[in-house]
Design a protein around this ligand. Structure first.
Ligand SMILES: [Cu+2]
Length: 274
């Protein structure tokens, strides 16, 4: 069937819940197209039907038939069904805390917006985000990480690159350092404002491996147009490799002290090539 969403240039869906949004959009577009054609035809009809040559004198009683009232009522009914039957339940499902994936089974990221960039923080190997505070934010500490919190020692920071694992539920907690920004990924059919002082969680499950674009969806200043970020959805092994590589780069494991000579001899014994 002819797909209005596609004809209007919607980007392909890349998130599990995206099809639900697309179905609703498709239905809305068909409904609006029907209304547009219907009312346009009615408009043309009235131009002819009530032309001055046929009605030299105005009729002060107006329409007697109830047809237009019934039509208006049906339109309101369809709109109510759209809103109460589709839009609100879908929204409820997306924001209901009970339906969020458990921490252990999700990729968790904190997204911190600023003029004009995105900082992403991952909890690192311990799975715990370290403390952060806005008073600690400096040029070299863009996320305000508290150096005294051991949980934050292994946190990973990625600027303008959001790395995700395909098929794995993802929870992003969104906030902002300065003004209101918007976290919007059209391919994931999602958009959520980033509000200073608020931490707003969203969740989704990417289902397509590839590169997508995250844009700021709130006019946030002179550099707004450039406030975009790469979203890279990896296969599991590739994602784990990225985590390891970033960990080695940002939080290298402390170098082990030189082994005593006896141990060195043992190593030589099992590995003659060395
Ligand atoms: Cu912005």
């Amino acid at each position: 069937m002819f797909n209005i969403n596609k004809a209007l240039g919607i980007v392909p869906n890349a998130a599990e819940h995206g099809y639900l949004v697309d179905h609703m959009l498709e239905f809305c577009h068909w409904f609006m197209a029907l209304l547009f054609v219907g009312w346009s035809l009615y408009f043309l009809y009235t131009i002819v039907r009530f032309h001055k040559s046929r009605h030299p004198k105005a009729d002060y009683h107006g329409v007697q038939s109830k047809a237009s009232a019934h039509l208006e009522f049906s339109v309101v009914l369809v709109e109510a069904v759209l809103l109460l039957g589709f839009a609100l339940p879908l929204w409820g499902k997306r924001v209901n805390g009970d339906q969020f994936p458990a921490d252990a089974e999700a990729v968790r990221v904190h997204a911190i917006a600023e003029q004009f960039a995105w900082n992403f923080v991952y909890p690192g190997a311990d799975g715990v985000f370290g403390r952060r505070h806005e008073s600690l934010i400096t040029g070299s500490n863009p996320t305000g990480r508290d150096p005294n919190d051991p949980a934050g020692k292994d946190d990973l920071i990625s600027k303008n690159e959001l790395h995700l694992q395909n098929k794995k539920p993802t929870v992003v907690e969104i906030t902002s350092k300065d003004v209101i920004h918007g976290f919007a990924v059209a391919h994931f059919r999602m958009s959520q404002d980033a509000i200073p002082g608020s931490k707003i969680p969203v969740w989704f499950r990417p289902i397509v491996v590839g590169e997508f674009e995250l844009i700021c969806s709130q006019l946030c200043g002179a550099g707004h147009f450039a406030m975009r970020s790469l979203v890279k959805v990896h296969e599991k092994a590739e994602f784990e490799a990225w985590v390891k590589e970033t960990t080695d780069l940002q939080n290298p494991a402390p170098v082990a002290p030189a082994a005593p000579s006896a141990a060195a001899g043992a190593t030589t014994a099992v590995s003659p090539a060395a």
